[in-house]
Structures are given as C-alpha cells and as structure tokens.
Design a protein around this ligand. Structure first.
Ligand code: ATP
Ligand code: MG
Length: 410
C-alpha cells in the first residue's frame, strides 16, 4: 500500500458512529474523497469517551475499511473533539508595536493572539483553539488582516475554545491505541462549518445546528469568525426514545422506524399512510398511522428548536444570524426539520451537506458526514497555511490564521 503523504485523513468519533474519511490532495488545490470507513460507536456518551476499549475497536474497524477502500496505509489523522466539557468564550489581547519597526508583521499577529489567551486556566482545562475574530489598530476596528499596517497598539478579539484535558486525552489515547498518530485536534463545530457553510453565510451571520446522537451542537458565525458555541443536551437519541415509548416498541426498532419514516410535519404525509411496528417482547406486528409518528416527533423537534432559540437569545446573538440557520448531523435527516426551524426563528433554514470536495461525493453527501469531511478540509488548510502565499481574500487570511494557531496549540 502507498504511504500517507498527499493524503489527509479525518476521524470523527461520534456517539452513534465512527467515521474515517481519506482525502487526496489534487495538484489544483482540490480535495477528493477516496476512502470511507464506518463503524458503530459503543464507547461514547454525549460525545465523550466512556469506554477506551470499545472506542479503540471502533476506530480500528473504521480505519481498516477506509484503508482498504483508499488503498493507502493510514498513519496520522485529524481528530474531532466535542462534548459537554467544551466551553467557548470571547477574549481580548493587546500589544504595543515597536516604533522602530514600521509595519505590523506576522510575528506581531502571533504575539497579540497569544496575549488573548486567558491567564489562569482552571485545573483540568486546556485550550483547543484561539480563533481570531477581528483586529484593531490604534482607533481603527473591524480589521480582518492588519499585516503591513502601521500603528502603536494592536488589539485582537478572539474566541477561545477550551475543553477538559481528561476528556481530550482519553480521545487522543484511543486514536493512538488504534495505531494512529494525531496530526491535529479540531473542534467539531469548526469542522462542520468548514464542510457545510458558505463564506457568505459566515460573513453575514449564521447559526449552525448539528443534531447528533446524544447532543445538539450550536455555533454562531459572523464576520467570517466563530463567536459562540453551546451544547444542547437533546439529540437524535431523544427522538428515538420518544418513538420507543410512544409506539411501545424496542429501541432498535424505534431507531429503524425513525430512519425510515422519521418526519416532524404532517404536510409531508400521504393521506392514510401507515407503518409497521413490532411490540416489545413479541413478534406481533401492528399497523399504525404515520400521523401518530409525527405527533410524537413534532413536539420534540419544536422543543429542540426552542432550546436553540433560547440559547441564541441568552447569548445575545438574536439579531446577528442574518443568513439564517443551517442544520447538519444525522438528525437533520428528519423530514420537515428545516420548516420547524423556520417557524421557530422566522428565518431561512437549510440542510447542511458537505460541499467543495470531489471523489466519492455521492457517498458522503449527507449531513451526517459533515464533521468527517470538515476534518479533512481543515487538515488541508492547516498544511497550506505553512506553504501558501497570502492572497488578498479575507477568508483566505482567516483560513490561514486558523491553520497557524490551530497547529500551535496541539
Ligand atoms: N435518516 C435518518 N432520519 C432521522 N434521524 C437519523 C437518520 N439517520 C441518522 N439519524 C440519527 O442521527 C443521529 C446520529 O447523528 P450523527 O451521525 O450526526 O451523530 P454522531 O456524530 O454519531 O453523534 P454526536 O455528534 O452526538 O456525538 C442518531 O440519533 C440517528 O438516529
Ligand atoms: Mg457528530
């Protein structure tokens, strides 16, 4: 098998599935997906490893499948980090610019971002990302790239993402024990954004809602940067559980029903549509109206969107999300979920499917693959940040910063 060099690999260890994706870098700067491996995940709860053994086994299996499909030997990977322990807050850094030097340079930018790192982190807490949002040079604010400007004082507003060292270490240990080195760890919200959001959305202001198995991750992007992150303790599993109780059927059966018929709005139902349900502890099959399923799922979807709305309001970003909402994760596959979001927010909503990749696009073109695809796109930016000349595009500069500071904090 070929050794890994021009290949970038992402490992998304989720609560319901582990997904390994292999991307091949193209000479024109594109990225083709050439391998995918999936396994069920049994070792996580709400995004956090609770069984090392089961998680290692799942990563190994998904990696083996991805290697086979891609025909390469995977040695290093970008890993997503998530969970209730992740905290995000905004911070400011300030430095003086030496008057001997006349232009703000790359080292000054690194220095000011370093100054934004909070002093005295709580025990068992570590920084995952320091993400610059905007710069200020003397009295001029809203600057995206201060390189080459002159001034006496440089300030930065940055979003600091921290997480529990223990939780992060446990995830990295699992990846290592599966025989893989970690090239970088990436906040899943950043990975998702990389995969499914357009530059315009991130510029105008957008709420990204990742409905996973155990939790829903919310992130707010505006002016090209991440401003707010939160974890809402409701996910796809709650929908499944509601079906199990409401239709009196075992959880695995409820999960199957949700995936096949899951719908949160009656408008999508054929009149008199029915579905088959097996009872708990019996082989007897009942036919029930699909309307009953909508009656079970719709209140849960409305509750979830209300919780997201409350969180956005509480954090003060209500007036910021001009581009609306983008919904991703496996939970985005519930028919009608975007309409529920539109009704709750009175803003446009769409499903976030991975974009901007080639290769096995048909296979990965589902919101459930957003994190894994985002990881390889992020990995590509990380590699480019050291190589590419800066062009004038705002986004490219922000991307470049992501790469630089991402690498610095591993
Ligand atoms: N077709 C579908 N319709 C409805 N829900 C679905 C569908 N496919 C998957 N899901 C649900 O999506 C959830 C899994 O989503 P996803 O794969 O994004 O989660 P994960 O990354 O494993 O978990 P997490 O991000 O919470 O750690 C599960 O609850 C699953 O039941
Ligand atoms: Mg996930």
């Amino acid at each position: 098998m070929a050794k890994q060099d021009k290949y970038i690999v992402g490992v998304d260890v989720g609560t319901s599935k582990i997904c390994v994706v292999v991307g091949e870098q193209k000479p024109d700067g594109g990225l083709d997906v050439i391998g995918i491996g999936m396994s069920d995940s049994f070792g996580l709860k709400k995004g956090v490893v609770v069984s090392l053994e089961k998680t290692v086994e799942g990563i190994r299996k998904a990696t083996d499948d991805a290697e086979l499909m891609a025909g390469i030997e995977i040695s290093k990977v970008f890993v997503g980090v998530a969970g209730n322990h992740i905290k995000g807050f905004n911070s400011r850094g300030v430095i003086g610019i030496s008057q001997k030097q006349n232009e703000i340079n790359r080292d000054d930018i690194k220095r000011v971002i370093e100054a934004a790192r909070p002093a005295g982190m709580p025990a068992d807490s570590e920084i995952i990302h320091v993400l610059p949002q905007e710069f200020r040079v003397d009295d001029h604010d809203g600057i995206v790239d201060p390189t080459g400007m002159t001034g006496r004082r440089l300030e930065v507003n940055a979003h600091i993402v921290t997480g529990s060292s223990t939780a992060i270490q446990n995830m990295l240990v699992c990846v290592n024990r599966a025989g893989l080195a970690v090239s970088g760890k990436v906040l899943v919200q950043k990975a998702n954004a990389e995969a499914v959001l357009t530059d315009d959305e991130q510029g105008m202001g957008v709420a990204l809602i990742d409905i996973g198995a155990g939790t829903t991750n919310l992130s707010i992007f505006e002016r090209g940067s991440l401003w707010h992150t939160a974890v809402i303790p409701v996910g796809g599993y709650n929908f499944t559980n509601d079906i199990a109780i409401g239709l009196r059927t075992p959880i695995p059966e409820a999960e199957k029903i949700k995936k096949k018929y899951g719908c949160v709005l009656s408008n999508y139902l054929e009149p008199d549509a029915v579905l088959e349900v097996s009872g708990v502890g019996s082989d007897k099959v009942r036919m029930v109206p699909q309307q009953l399923l909508v009656n079970i799922l719709q209140p849960r979807a409305e509750e979830l969107m209300e919780l997201v709305h409350q969180e956005i309001g509480r954090a003060g970003y209500e007036g910021v999300i001009n581009a609306g909402l983008v919904i991703t994760g496996g939970g985005a596959l519930l028919t009608g979920i975007t309409e529920i979001a539109q009704l709750e927010f009175d803003l446009p909503a769409r499903i976030g499917k991975p974009m901007g990749i080639g290769g096995l696009v048909d296979v990965v073109s589902s919101p459930a693959y957003a994190t894994a695809i985002g990881l390889i796109k992020f990995g590509q930016l990380d590699q480019e940040s050291g190589i590419r000349q800066r062009d004038t595009g705002v986004r490219r500069f922000v991307d470049k910063l992501k790469g630089i500071f991402f690498t610095d904090y591993i």
